[in-house]
Design a binder for this molecule. Structure first.
Ligand code: PLP
Length: 350
């Protein structure tokens, strides 16, 4: 079964081979304070920067999930106020998680078919502005232009971006934000259990000035340990190894993005020509390239999912409010043209 689920999703074909290799090389029982581990961290760090164009001045931390990143940001970077822009389930969940830890958190919901309105935003002076770059629940993506405008409008504010279903699929403008994070079971094409938390000098400075040291994953601790090429806890060493190996194989993000954009264009063109199927969000300016959300009537959706499954393709269910009126198709880099064409053939019948 080929998983077109937008996470966990299809993994790279190399994963079983790299896992066997990890076992053979002793990676699976490697000590996380050993020089070998520190070399692995160093190399993975270097490859991440080279492939994804992460600025030299930004720190990269290995944590366990995107959900953990929501908590780390609330703990270590939010003084009192965080402002959450959201148009779907993941952004909203982030807001609710934060609100439990920092009750002064506020939100600014916006319609999935639109770009948020900068003029409505009123963050307090030290508020962290939180937004979801690619909203996996409804297949929308915040345009890079908006992120740059946001940066310009609030030049000294800490801006945190959930890029879980877009990092490693599209070229992110890291300079437009201070905190970027993603778990690896989406565009990275790897098994779940590892996430990257990327922090700008401004974010690190904020963490130091707040000096929050109540948690094993407080950013000040992450930073101290990463200076030694280590982690605060025993991390997912196999996950880091698989990430390292996969980055050796994948090219620069610009070429991945080109492939993803071409495939997305083909998906949206295809949906534009159907009678019963259409993109969940009509506004092409906010349609995601990495997660294609398709709207149709509920009866037809269950038929398509069943027929696709019989042909060996697993589609993603609709999420939360769109559970019965949509389904989702991952457009992640690990999927092959052959698999995509196979699914397209199945869908042509509808
Ligand atoms: C999948 C996803 C998450 C949750 O990721 P975990 O690794 O399960 O914590 C958070 N945000 C977005 C946008 C996602 O797509």
């Amino acid at each position: 079964m080929v998983s077109f689920y937008p996470g966990p999703s299809r993994i790279y074909d190399g994963v079983p081979r790299w896992t066997a290799e990890a076992a053979r090389k002793g990676i699976l029982s490697m000590n996380h304070r050993s020089p070998e581990f520190m070399d692995l961290v160093e190399k993975t760090n270097r490859l991440l920067r080279a492939r994804l164009h992460i600025p030299k001045t930004y720190a990269i931390f290995f944590v366990s999930s995107a959900t953990e990143c929501w908590e780390i940001i609330a703990q270590s970077l939010v003084h009192n106020h965080s402002l959450h822009l959201h148009n779907g389930s993941f952004g909203e969940k982030w807001y609710h998680y934060t609100k439990r830890l920092k009750p002064q958190a506020t939100d600014e919901p916006f319609d999935p078919d639109t770009i948020p309105d900068l003029d409505r935003l009123n963050p307090s002076a030290d508020a962290v502005i939180c937004l979801t770059h690619n909203e996996t629940s409804n297949g929308t993506c915040i345009p890079t232009g908006f992120l740059r405008d946001l940066r310009k409008r609030f030049p000294s504010q800490v801006i945190a971006v959930d890029a879980t279903s877009s990092m490693a699929g599209v070229n992110l403008d890291f300079k437009a934000g201070d905190v970027w994070f993603a778990s690896v079971q989406k565009c990275f094409g790897l098994p779940a259990g590892l996430a990257l938390l990327i922090c700008s000098p401004r974010a690190l400075e904020r963490a130091r000035s707040l000096g929050e040291r109540l948690h094993y994953n407080s950013i000040v601790f992450l930073e101290t340990m990463m200076a030694l090429r280590q982690t605060t806890h025993t991390p997912n060493i196999l996950g880091i190894y698989l990430l390292c190996r996969s980055l050796e194989k994948t090219g620069p993000i610009a070429s991945t993005e080109k492939k993803i954009a071409q495939r997305a264009r083909a998906w949206y063109e295809f949906l534009g020509m159907r009678h019963g199927l259409r993109p969940l969000v009509p506004n092409s300016a906010v349609q995601s390239k990495t997660v294609i959300a398709v709207a149709a009537d509920p009866g037809q959706i269950s038929t398509i999912k069943r027929v696709a499954r019989q042909a060996g393709f697993l589609l993603g269910n609709g999420y939360a409010p769109w559970a019965t009126t949509s389904f989702r198709i991952a457009n992640f880099p690990a999927l092959t043209n052959k698999e995509i064409n196979g699914l397209l053939r199945v869908m042509k019948a509808f």
